[in-house]
Design a protein around this ligand. Structure first.
Ligand code: AMP
Length: 488
């Protein structure tokens, strides 16, 4: 049975399969390899539409259409579709179900297993939501693969003999990832990953749309959904048409008026300067974490549709002091790489000489309490797995009581880089009962296990009794916090 690779994107999704000759993209029922990640209902309010048919209705029927929901994966946010509302996991499941059906039609066989790509900077909650979506679509996830790693695999599979260090910058519709990788003798090793899970091409479109609205004397956030979608559609058109030194023009029908609007590359740089600044930070962190000097980077690979913006190419050239490699199709690389990973999972003999290792882009740990000079400090973050740890990994730490006859040890699990626990993302919490004893005499062991998909499992053992509490995070799904949206 074929195993497929899926790029489940914010804007578009793609499927690929690994065959003897290498990875190959599979077309959908319309013969296209890119399926818009859009779900909608037809006018009868019942018939489900997925892909292009749904996207075509986005501007005229925003109340019956849902798009860009990948941004809400792992959050409680619900989107209205006709009379019902759906979470991002359910909407993603509808896209996945369609992709599965398209793959089955293209291959003439049932498809039940897949490797699905996720942004490297997706946190544990978002990864689990992606896995849940696949399960709803009756697809078993062989592995979640980080998007830049998938892109690197697509390149690496063709150049197994070479030895090089490369940077992958992946700016999709809703997320930005950076990875620095090393390749030697068929081994592809991710050295470090960083990113921003809330920064993508759609943010640039929003800035353009808000600017157009402002230029027309309209207030962007207060436009109704249909007008916002109309503005976004024109913003998207302008963004794609922009060339340095050449204004892009379009017609915009809004509030009964027909307007001629334009955008220049210079104006976009101005209104999106905050976004550009946010793109720089993860690149710097990734270079620093991997201990790589800019001069050591042999190639810069750009993936994700939004890296087609000239502004993004300039940024990459400026930072890495070289022109980015344009031999890889930015839209296709991730799905092709996910298919290579599916081939590796299936132990495809053609891939025998290829090995890939990836890292966790975040630190994971717990909030610990300590007593210093007679005062308690309870909000200190103690990482158990540091960021850029090679996956899979399992590590534990022992925590002890700090008061005489303390009956409870509170375990709060966080992900992030701040030394102050509450500034990180809370993944789960529980209180562990311990027998009374003098301070420091009761201890628990907290074990963090990270699988190859970047999913975290936490186990707690009370050392005095040997009692083990497993799957702490699963048990505490309801305690999971929403990923925060950073401000630029
Ligand atoms: P992806 O999630 O990789 O499909 O990326 C889609 C994003 O790429 C969307 O935000 C698109 O607006 C953007 N995009 C696609 N083509 C272009 C282009 N030619 N110029 C600028 N942005 C583009």
């Amino acid at each position: 049975m074929p195993q497929i690779g899926i790029d489940l994107g914010t804007t578009n999704s793609l499927i690929a399969v690994h065959e003897e000759g290498g990875p190959r993209l599979l077309p959908n029922a319309l013969g296209e390899v890119m399926t818009p990640s859009v779900v909608g209902l037809a006018d009868d309010g019942e018939t489900l539409l997925v892909g292009r048919a749904a996207r075509m209705r986005l501007v005229r029927h925003p109340g019956l259409t849902a798009a860009r929901f990948k941004r809400f994966m792992g959050t409680g946010r619900r989107l209205r579709l006709g009379r019902r509302s759906y979470g991002a996991t359910e909407l993603s499941a509808m896209v996945l179900r369609q992709l599965k059906a398209d793959a089955e039609a293209a291959l003439g066989e049932p498809v039940t297993e897949a490797v699905i790509s996720v942004p490297a900077y997706f946190n544990g909650v978002q990864r689990q939501a992606t896995k849940d979506a696949a399960e709803l679509a009756e697809l078993k996830v062989l592995r979640l693969i980080n998007e830049p790693t998938a892109a690197a695999l697509a390149v690496g599979v063709q150049e197994r003999e070479s030895e090089s260090t490369f940077a992958v910058l992946d700016l999709g519709g809703g997320t930005f990832d950076v990875s620095i990788l090393e390749m030697f003798e068929g081994v592809i090793e991710v050295r470090a990953s960083s990113g921003d899970a809330n920064l993508g091409g759609e943010d640039f479109s929003e800035r353009i749309a808000a600017d157009l609205a402002g230029g027309a004397g309209l207030d962007w956030p207060r436009r109704d959904p249909a007008e916002q979608e109309a503005l976004l559609a024109v913003a998207e058109e302008l963004k794609r048409a922009l060339r340095p030194g050449q204004p892009a023009r379009a017609r915009l029908a809004l509030g009964g008026r027909e307007l001629e609007v334009s955008m220049t590359a210079e104006r976009l740089e101005e209104i999106a300067s905050g976004l550009l600044a946010r793109l720089r930070r993860p690149i710097d962190i990734c270079l620093n974490d991997s201990g790589t000097e800019v001069e050591d980077v042999d190639r810069v690979i750009l993936v994700g549709g939004a890296t087609r913006m000239p502004m993004m190419q300039h940024l990459a050239s400026r930072i890495f002091r070289q022109l980015p490699d344009r031999s890889t199709d930015p839209d296709h690389a991730i799905a092709l790489g996910a298919a290579v990973q599916a081939g590796l999972a299936a132990r495809d003999a053609a891939l025998d000489d290829l090995v890939m290792t990836d890292v966790a882009p975040f630190s994971m740990g717990i909030a610990s309490a300590s007593m210093m000079n007679g005062r308690y400090f309870t909000n200190r973050f103690s990482p158990i797995l540091e960021r850029n740890t090679i996956l899979p990994a399992s590590r534990s730490q022992v925590f002890s009581t700090i008061q005489d006859n303390q009956r409870l040890i509170e375990v709060k699990i966080y992900q992030g880089e701040s030394a102050i626990a509450s500034e990180n993302i809370l993944l789960g919490e529980l209180e562990v009962d311990v027998p009374p004893a003098p301070a420091g005499m009761q201890s628990i062991e907290v074990r963090f296990t990270y699988d190859v998909s970047g999913l975290l499992a936490v186990d707690v053992t009370i050392l005095a009794t040997g009692r083990r509490i497993g799957n702490v995070i699963d048990n505490l799904a309801s305690a999971m916090s929403r990923p925060r949206r950073p401000r630029d």
